[in-house]
Design a protein around this ligand. Structure first.
Ligand SMILES: Cc1cc2nc3c(=O)[nH]c(=O)nc-3n(C[C@H](O)[C@H](O)[C@H](O)COP(=O)(O)OP(=O)(O)OC[C@H]3O[C@@H](n4cnc5c(N)ncnc54)[C@H](O)[C@@H]3O)c2cc1C
Length: 404
């Protein structure tokens, strides 16, 4: 590797910011540029999520999600402590309300054990009440080290640390393409923006909701495509803020890679319910209907989406009327926290998930990383992507360095 290797990272969400910082941590003489199309970090998924540091309960043992989530937890906790980022190990329970859910919960418990999640325990009804006096269920899985964090603050701190070590950040600079270039000393890649073109020895693309488009414009496979799923949140009135001690989750529906509407304490002290999961009319529209015609047409033109839709249309039609209704969310949460029945609150931000989909309409579960010459593309990094970000960064840079 050249002494002053030139590296580019595209996207200043939590993963791009972590990757940029990791490069300088490994190669202090490297020349590293972080490109971001918005004028600040964490503008999309990272700044609109549940704020949970997942412990690694659900993921297929041996998958990238399982291994990088577990490693990510330690890295993120240490970084947050060192950089004064708010972090609270408030714990979490996953609550089963009937026999079918209880059976699925036992399967999650086995996975969590296989993944090495520390100090987890199955609880009966009374055990659940000891941890969460207002929760009601047949059985629960307790994860005492699941935490909440300020992901925007954490990403700001990653970018600040990167800059302090000599990294360059170019905000308001959308990358149009990454063009592969072969040369006598090996591959390089040219990053084109509306104002210039620069050659790099390595480019790592962490473009979240735009990852398939940027890959396709750069000559890569269009699939997996990104199908945006929005998740609405509500914040309950202040009188409910202490209704729970930590995080309360339902047992997820194994058909979808989403965790279900949960009751989440926020790092600012508020109590949040959400997110649901519904097809989004836009990749980056956070208000109203958020209708974006090109984004909607792109979904409609995706044959994989129609295959997915065939199996899911009936449920979607059933869910549509309540998709933005606080009554519906509260009723969902009251299944396992009955005291919340009738609670009121206000609509908070919405998040939009970049969910990768295969050509056959199946949703991609694990993290996906593609490599093409000097460029590397993160093609799928859904939840627990924020928890895993620092470990994903370690992983990507180690692959390029030939250490993995
Ligand atoms: C509703 C919701 C809840 C979630 N909850 C959790 C949770 O509690 N815990 C957890 O661990 N994970 C959670 N996740 C997942 C987590 O937020 C993501 O895995 C993580 O934020 C992905 O980070 P990223 O940097 O890849 O993407 P992003 O944060 O979306 O960042 C991508 C960046 O790339 C930039 N970009 C795109 N195209 C270009 C271009 N052409 N040129 C320059 N810049 C570009 C974008 O502007 C953006 O800033 C949640 C996600 C959502 C949506």
């Amino acid at each position: 590797m050249a002494k002053h290797a030139r590296w580019a990272v595209v996207g200043a969400g939590i993963i791009g910011a972590a990757v940029a910082r990791e490069i300088l941590g490994r190669h202090d003489s490297a020349d590293v540029t972080l490109f971001e199309k918005e004028d600040h970090p964490a503008a999309h998924q990272t700044g609109h999520n549940s704020g949970v540091v997942h412990a690694g309960l659900y993921y297929e043992p041996g998958s990238l999600k399982a291994t990088l989530c577990r490693r990510g937890v330690d890295l993120i906790r240490d970084f947050a402590n060192e950089h004064n980022v708010a972090f609270d190990e408030c714990g979490k329970v996953v609550v089963a309300t009937d026999e079918t859910e209880a059976e699925r919960l036992h399967a999650i418990h086995s996975r969590a054990l296989a993944n090495g999640v520390p100090d987890i325990a199955m609880l009966d009804r009374d055990g659940l009440r000891d941890i969460e006096p207002n929760a009601e269920g047949l059985a629960a899985l307790h994860s005492p080290h699941t935490a909440i964090i300020d992901y925007r603050g954490l990403t700001d701190a990653l970018v600040a640390d990167f800059r302090a070590h000599g990294g360059r950040v170019r905000f308001s600079t959308p990358v149009k393409t990454i063009d592969r270039r072969g040369g006598p000393t090996g591959d390089t890649a040219v990053v084109r923006t509306p104002v210039d073109a620069q050659e790099f020895d390595h480019v790592i693309v962490c473009a979240g909701l735009q990852s398939d488009r940027l890959a396709a414009r750069s000559g890569q496979n269009r699939t997996p495509t990104v199908v945006p799923f929005f998740g609405q949140y509500f914040i309950l009135d202040e009188e409910y803020s202490s209704a729970v001690n930590g995080l309360i989750y339902p047992v997820p529906d194994p058909k979808y890679p989403f965790l279900g509407v949960h009751v989440t304490r926020r790092i600012d002290g508020g109590l949040m319910i959400g997110p649901n999961a519904f097809l989004s009319f836009s990749r980056e529209g956070y208000r109203g209907l958020g209708l974006n015609i090109p984004d909607s047409l792109a979904v409609a033109a995706d044959s994989g989406f129609w295959r997915f839709a065939v199996g899911n249309m009936a449920t979607a039609a059933r869910e549509l009327p309540g998709v933005l209704s606080i009554e519906k969310f509260v009723a969902e949460a009251a299944r396992y926290v009955p005291d919340l029945a009738g609670a009121d609150g206000h609509r908070a931000t919405r998040g939009i998930r970049a969910q990768a989909m295969n050509r056959d309409g199946t949703l991609v579960d694990d993290f996906v990383i593609d490599r093409a010459g000097a460029a590397m593309f993160v093609r799928n990094a859904p939840s627990p992507g924020a928890t895993s970000a620092l470990a994903i960064a370690e992983h990507l840079v180690a692959i390029i360095d030939g250490r993995r």
